[in-house]
Design a protein around this ligand. Structure first.
Ligand SMILES: [Zn+2]
Length: 99
């Protein structure tokens, strides 16, 4: 299991905008970026992405979190799997078996 320290490191280092926009197109709104939520049938871009907080929140279905939670939900994978992959990608560890 990845340590809490590693998890929080990933949550700040992985850019939520890059993570989310790899799956759904994001558009600028006044305070945040928004897009169609991939977690419920969404017709009016309920998913907000805050660059400032590095988090997302859907006002339709209530799903929220950081980059790890987004990837877990969108890919249906475990926290360990996502954290391990991001840690390697971000250069925080060299091998995900040590994450
Ligand atoms: Zn939603």
């Amino acid at each position: 299991m990845p340590s809490d320290e590693l998890i929080s490191h990933i949550q700040t280092k992985a850019n939520i905008v890059n993570v989310v926009s790899a799956y759904i197109p994001l558009q600028d709104s006044r305070k945040a970026l928004k897009g169609r939520c991939p977690f419920h049938p969404d017709t009016n871009a309920s998913l907000m992405v805050s660059q400032e907080k590095n988090t997302f929140k859907c006002f339709g279905c209530g799903k929220e979190g950081g980059p790890i939670e987004f990837l877990m939900a969108v890919e249906g994978k475990s926290r360990t799997e996502i954290a391990g992959r991001l840690a390697v990608k971000l250069g925080l560890v060299h091998d995900m078996r040590t994450a």
